[in-house]
Design a protein around this ligand. Structure first.
Ligand code: FAD
Ligand code: NAD
Length: 528
């Protein structure tokens, strides 16, 4: 993106630091509401993690896994396909083209709404004042600083610099939104080498199909990469420190996912005690761990050692290790503490429901705030902050109504309360969990992917006598789409009886939710 023209000491209504999903959604809404907005991003192009190294590239790669699954199961319909070759370079080009298409669309939208985009590392030095550290090459080649207004340009060699020869520029803004996002968490004492020990960004940019990978972590990133690499023929092992994979979901989800992933040849070990992770000279990693179920897997090469304390210590060698144990907010930037922005114990920015931080006229959105680190939550927060700044009566984001989706095979989707959460909440009573296996649905059966759906219902203290849908969780084909309907029911406190009267087209995947609601209402149709 060609950066926009800005002048030294130029004033904007709102300055936004970080052009990821949170930052750019706020920028678009503010501009729509007539504010002058500057969007400041360290990278050359807007989009942040989601567009460049998260949601979009991972789903482009996972599209290939879907196609592979279809082809692998075509024999049942009389079509015998054989994968003759896999040109990984072309898959990478497909991913890159997808990112390019989405990024240029976003750039055009920002431009059309007259949002000023500046490539720089920004800090807030005083209330309403920002200092921008411009990249050297860009300020020289494109002249994004107005030389006349500032009296200094980088190519005159007179620009004020930040001590590292980066020209700096000062701006003023009435309001400032911090949207600096997050980065991958490292294993204690084991740095990401970016060679054989990878984080998700490295994994996304691999230029080859790995032959063996060990994945440390079984959250969305772990399960999505396990799906991707196993579909490409890699030998994949998931090591989970928790007693079950995908611990943020219910036991039912974890059990079904473990069964389905093992059916696809993925090795899974839970309650793992990780002893060491080391990188060899020859692009390989060695992991030493023990786990109650470690005897069930033959490591490559098989180098199981003598039992230690009842559990066997296993030494596993693989080409790569992916560390996928969560993300850390980008709040360790010294200016944030100097400014007085309050952080919680995990380093997340403390805000009120509308995104106000502890510093007046400074707001925060996205992965740096407590709650689900998801792009669609950041979009909604960005809109809410923008509207609140403009004095509108905006709806704050309720984390319980933010759906979670994982694009593994099978997919996982959740919204609202799990059974356990609902039972622990004193506002709810008479909690029921109604489960339905999805395989009874014709479309699910044809897709040859197992699935299950659970509707959590109960009585809210605000509406005694009315059983409402409190939560829905699903594992199966297309559930990342089906969850949108469930969200409407949960978010609007729709009664189970009313929801079960909604008619779903036949034959569709969406009927599974209709069937589960009928069952929850005590009127099962195609189930017992
Ligand atoms: C592998 C992976 C897959 C994912 N898949 C999904 C998915 O399918 N669905 C989903 O909802 N979510 C997904 N996520 C999560 C999603 O990417 C994040 O929740 C989302 O990007 C958060 O947006 P954000 O605006 O808070 O921050 P970010 O997208 O992290 O953007 C922050 C931006 O701020 C910039 N920045 C930081 N400090 C400064 C500074 N001082 N000055 C200037 N610029 C600065 C950074 O360069 C960055 O571009 C995924 C994440 C990963 C890692
Ligand atoms: N489809 C999606 O929406 C999507 C996809 C990818 C990522 N994301 C987002 O990105 C963020 C990061 O994802 P993630 O999967 O890395 O994090 P996560 O926090 O969801 O899961 C991390 C997992 O690692 C485990 N773990 C912790 N320490 C470990 C260790 N030493 N060894 C092995 N396992 C360990 C945890 O028990 C947990 O299950 C999440 O907040 C997620 O919402 C979303």
């Amino acid at each position: 993106m060609l950066v926009d023209h800005v002048s030294e000491n130029q004033h904007f209504d709102v300055a936004i630091i970080g052009a990821g999903t949170g930052g750019y959604s706020a920028a678009l809404r503010l501009a729509e509401l007539g504010k002058s907005v500057v969007l400041i991003e360290e990278d050359a192009r807007p989009g942040g993690v989601c567009l460049h190294e998260g949601c979009i590239p991972s789903k482009a790669l996972l599209r290939a896994a879907e196609v592979r699954h279809l082809a692998d199961n075509a024999a049942a319909m009389g079509m015998d396909y054989e994968l003759k070759s896999f040109d990984f370079g072309r898959l990478v080009s497909y991913k890159e083209a997808t990112i390019e298409q989405m990024t240029s669309g976003l750039e055009q939208l920002l431009h059309a709404r007259k949002v000023t985009f500046v490539q720089a590392w920004a800090e807030v030095t005083q209330p309403h004042q920002l200092t921008l550290h411009l990249p050297q090459s860009q300020s020289e080649s494109e002249g994004q600083v107005d030389g006349e207004a500032s009296g200094q340009t980088a190519d005159q060699g007179q620009a004020e610099d930040d001590g590292q020869a980066n020209p700096i520029l000062h701006l003023h803004a009435t309001d400032i939104i911090i949207a600096t996002g997050s980065h991958p968490r490292e294993l204690d004492g084991v740095p990401i080498s970016h060679k054989a020990i990878l984080d998700s960004t490295d994994a996304m940019n691999l230029q080859q199909i790995p032959h063996s990978v060990v994945i440390l972590g079984s959250g969305p990133i772990g399960l999505e990469f396990a799906t991707l690499w196993s579909s490409q023929g890699a030998d994949v092992t998931i090591l989970a420190t928790s007693p079950r994979i995908f611990p943020r979901g219910s036991r039912r989800i974890s059990a079904l996912m473990a069964r389905e992933m093992k059916r696809r040849g993925i090795h899974i070990h839970t309650s793992v005690d990780l002893h060491s992770l080391t990188e060899g000279d020859n692009q390989s990693v060695t992991v030493r761990y023990s786990s109650p179920d470690s005897t069930t897997h033959t490591p490559i090469p098989p180098t199981a050692k003598a039992p230690e304390g009842g559990e066997q210590t296993v030494t596993l060698t693989a080409q790569f290790a992916l560390v996928a144990k969560g993300r850390v907010p980008n709040t360790a930037q010294p200016w944030m503490s100097k400014l007085g922005v309050n952080l919680d114990a995990r380093g997340l920015v403390v805000t009120d429901p509308y995104g106000r931080t502890s510093v007046e006229h400074v707001w925060a959105v996205g992965d740096i705030t407590p709650g689900k680190q998801l792009a669609h939550r950041a979009f909604a927060q960005g809109i809410c902050v923008a509207e609140t700044i403009c004095g509108l009566d905006s709806e704050p984001v309720d984390d319980h109504n933010v759906p979670s989706v994982t694009f593994s095979q099978p997919e996982i989707a959740q919204v609202g309360y799990s059974g356990e959460e609902a039972k622990a909440n004193p506002q709810f009573s008479e909690i029921q969990e109604t489960s339905l296996p999805m395989m009874g649905n014709a479309r699910v059966f044809m897709s040859q992917t197992a699935g299950t759906i659970t509707v959590v219902s109960g009585i809210r203290e605000q509406e005694p006598g009315k059983r409402v849908v409190l939560g829905v969780e699903m594992v199966g084909p297309h559930v990342t789409e089906l969850v949108a309907e469930a969200e409407q029911l949960v978010g609007n406190h729709v009664g189970v009886h009313e929801a079960s009267a909604l008619i779903h087209p036949h034959p569709t995947f969406s009927e599974t939710l209709g069937e589960a609601l009928l069952k929850a209402d005590g009127r099962p149709l195609h189930s017992r």
